[in-house]
Write a protein that binds this ligand. Structure first.
Ligand code: G3P
Ligand code: CA
Length: 266
């Protein structure tokens, strides 16, 4: 066999048997180690080899998009004020690193544009919209690329509007399985498919519930043309389970650790 045919065979093998078809997404950055939703956590995620980062985004009082999970800063900066009552300048004075450890003292709240600026070529941001569709005009002011940004949200109206305003972008609906007062797990499978259809979602992104997310359910999702992602998996056995279900991505607080563990499993 010539060197040329050998490389061709190798390329075909790689294409038909990808080494890892499933992306590892760093939840709020490498947030096990660094303060969530900060540039420190996102930089660390890239350093740890994450395929993508996940971050939570909200609007300030003066219409800027910033990266923060909760609706206030009580947990991360000891400030019980709602994000939408603060200006960008006020938010930028906060220290959202110290709560995680002295070495992160002074870590600021990043803007969406600052997060976008540090995404390496070929990597992606799972941009979770935590507020409502009022964020759409502000999103249009940022330079977003469909190969770089995937919208995710629990808000059905948010997903619907993302698909309308950004038709070239993926927008996956987030849901979390919970028991209702009658002891039934919600949402039902029927509700999930109805929502995916109504919102024109490109996929489902759900908490890693092994009872609800069965092989049959995943098959149905695939038949419907939907992507399937799950969060937040910091446990090897759970990650292996979802990998076997051929999930498109696994979101974890520990991207480097999880990749190493999965590689060790072959
Ligand atoms: O990736 C989705 C996941 O982040 C949703 O939950 O509460 O961590 O934003 P939460
Ligand atoms: Ca999130």
């Amino acid at each position: 066999m010539t060197l040329r045919s050998c490389s061709l065979l190798f390329a075909i093998l790689l294409a038909t048997h990808p080494v890892s078809a499933q992306d590892i997404v760093a939840h709020r950055g490498a947030s096990h180690t660094a303060p969530e939703n900060t540039l420190a956590a996102f930089h660390l995620a890239w350093k740890q080899g994450a395929d993508a980062i996940e971050g939570d985004f909200r609007l300030t009082k003066d219409g800027h998009i910033i990266c923060v999970h909760d609706e206030d800063f009580k947990r991360t900066a000891n400030l019980a004020k709602h994000v939408h009552t603060l200006s960008l300048a006020e938010v930028q004075r906060l220290d959202v690193g110290s709560w995680k450890g002295p070495k992160f003292k002074g870590e600021p709240v990043p803007t969406l544009d600052e997060v976008l600026a540090i995404i390496p070529k070929g990597k992606r941001l799972f941009l979770e919209i935590k507020c409502g569709p009022e964020i759409i005009p502000a999103l249009k002011k940022s330079v977003l690329k469909p190969e770089q940004v995937v919208f995710i949200s629990f808000g059905k109206d948010v997903i619907t509007q993302c698909r309308q305003h950004f038709p070239d972008f993926k927008a996956h609906w987030l849901t979390s399985y919970k028991e209702n007062t009658l002891g039934r797990m919600k949402p039902s499978r029927k509700d999930v498919f109805n929502t995916l259809a109504e919102t024109k979602s490109s996929g489902l992104d759900t908490n890693a519930n092994i009872d609800q997310v069965t092989a049959e359910f995943v098959k149905q999702l695939r038949q419907g043309g939907y992507e399937f992602h799950c969060w937040t998996v910091d446990d090897l056995a759970l990650a292996k389970h979802f990998r076997q279900l051929k999930v498109d991505s696994i979101t974890t607080n520990r991207p480097g650790w999880l990749r190493a563990q999965l590689a060790g499993e072959g």
